[in-house]
Design a protein around this ligand. Structure first.
Ligand code: IMP
Ligand code: MG
Length: 372
């Protein structure tokens, strides 16, 4: 789950879709259990926000029922307006019926009051109210609410049908309003030898960012025989890849060490889609996000020349042998390049020509950085 931007505002993950699903099932079961045998309820959803809730609720409801919708808008922007508009959509005779209102969220209770008023003179057998979410701190009415899915704090939420100025309804999880992110977080991307490390050194000074190179962190931890280093080495000695979980935890620890950072340059991470998802989720919890993936694009022939050159002085065993280098490219092309699609799908991929002088490339990158 990542940060959501709708219009001018940011929303962070708040309630996972699995939790919503469990709540909806529980509500459907409770409502069914309280109904007299043989009673066919009429479920009325209050549009627009309820459409996903109703769709899931009625499928979880085991028994005969009728379903209808009414429209009654009451919100503008992120604060409840006092004026509740009129109800559209109920034409049938409701005399003697058990009507169960399905609401996505009850906030001040203005809408609920309107519902009670409208149904008062319809000669119902009974009227019950089900709401998926309820904000107890702002509720200002005495009116009964028969079933509450989840009490939430008084913060604006979106997703699962709920909107902010018409956007966000199609998110399957609930997100909560959060301040505009403060950090600039960049994933520096590119095949081995593309110049990521070199460029990161310049960029971290220019933008006051913390540079985290997972390769360097691994090598440091192994050299200093830290707990993490020993764990990582155990896998490496067996010829296994260090599992994502170990890498992710190491990275989280590095981020948490730098609480007052302006942002981070991630270099060598994420390497797989699941690492990218974990990084997104980790930052989103903090109300932060990846601003962009900046990728240095260099042809393989140039890279091999560069790496062999570096191998003469770097002391890195993986830089001296062309076969090993080719193997790393293969690894990069088959696994890591998938990340290009991942960030591209979020409109966050920026490809940069990585051939030229160091200064020219820094300049190209900083033109992108300035827009992020
Ligand atoms: P109330 O009349 O103040 O109880 O507000 C009820 C209506 O306001 C709901 O049906 C929603 O349409 C909208 N609303 C209240 N709180 C939120 C929120 O946090 N996110 C999105 N819509 C909300
Ligand atoms: Mg509503």
């Amino acid at each position: 789950m990542s940060l959501l931007k709708l219009h001018d505002l940011y929303f962070k993950p708040y309630i996972h879709k699995d939790e919503i699903s469990a709540i909806v099932k529980r509500l459907a079961t409770e409502v069914k259990a309280d109904l007299p045998k043989g009673e066919t309820p009429l479920f009325i959803g209050i549009l627009n926000g309820c459409f996903l809730f109703v769709a899931d609720f009625v499928r979880a409801f085991k028994g005969e029922c009728e379903i209808s919708f009414v429209k009654l808008a009451s919100y503008e922007g992120t604060s409840s307006t006092e004026t509740v508009k009129e109800l559209v959509g109920i034409n049938e005779d409701l005399t003697g019926r058990t009507v169960i209102i399905l609401e996505d969220i009850i906030d001040t209770g203005n809408t609920l009051q309107e519902i009670y008023t409208i149904f008062k003179d319809k000669n119902l057998k009974q009227l019950k109210i089900v709401t998926l979410f309820f904000k107890p701190e702002v509720y200002r009415k005495e009116l009964p609410i028969d079933y509450i899915g989840k009490n939430i704090e008084d913060k604006f939420i979106v997703g699962y049908g709920l909107d902010y100025n018409s956007l966000g309804r199609n998110s399957s999880a609930i997100h909560q309003l959060t301040p505009t992110p403060k950090m600039k977080n960049i994933v520096l991307f590119g095949p081995p030898g593309a110049g990521k490390g070199t460029q990161a050194e310049f960029l971290k000074e220019m933008y006051h960012l913390v540079h985290i190179s997972t390769g360097d962190v691994f090598r440091y931890n192994i050299k200093n025989q830290t707990e993490l280093g020993l764990l990582a080495k155990k896998y490496m000695d067996e010829g296994d890849l260090v599992p994502d979980e170990v890498t992710i935890n190491m990275l989280k620890a590095e981020v948490d060490k730098n609480t007052d950072a302006n942002g981070f340059i991630f270099d060598g991470f994420p390497r797989t889609q699941s690492q990218a998802e974990a990084l997104d989720a980790f930052l989103a919890e903090k109300g932060e996000q990846i601003n962009g993936m900046v990728a240095l694009e260099v042809t393989e022939d140039i890279l091999i020349t560069r790496l062999l050159e570096r191998g003469k002085t770097s002391g890195r065993a993986d830089d001296t042998d062309e076969a090993k280098i080719r193997n790393r490219f293969n690894e990069y092309n088959t696994k890591t390049a998938i990340l290009k699609e991942y960030f591209d799908a979020q409109d966050k991929y920026y490809g940069i020509n990585g051939i030229g002088s160091i200064e020219d490339i820094t300049k190209r990158i900083s033109e992108v950085f300035n827009t992020l």
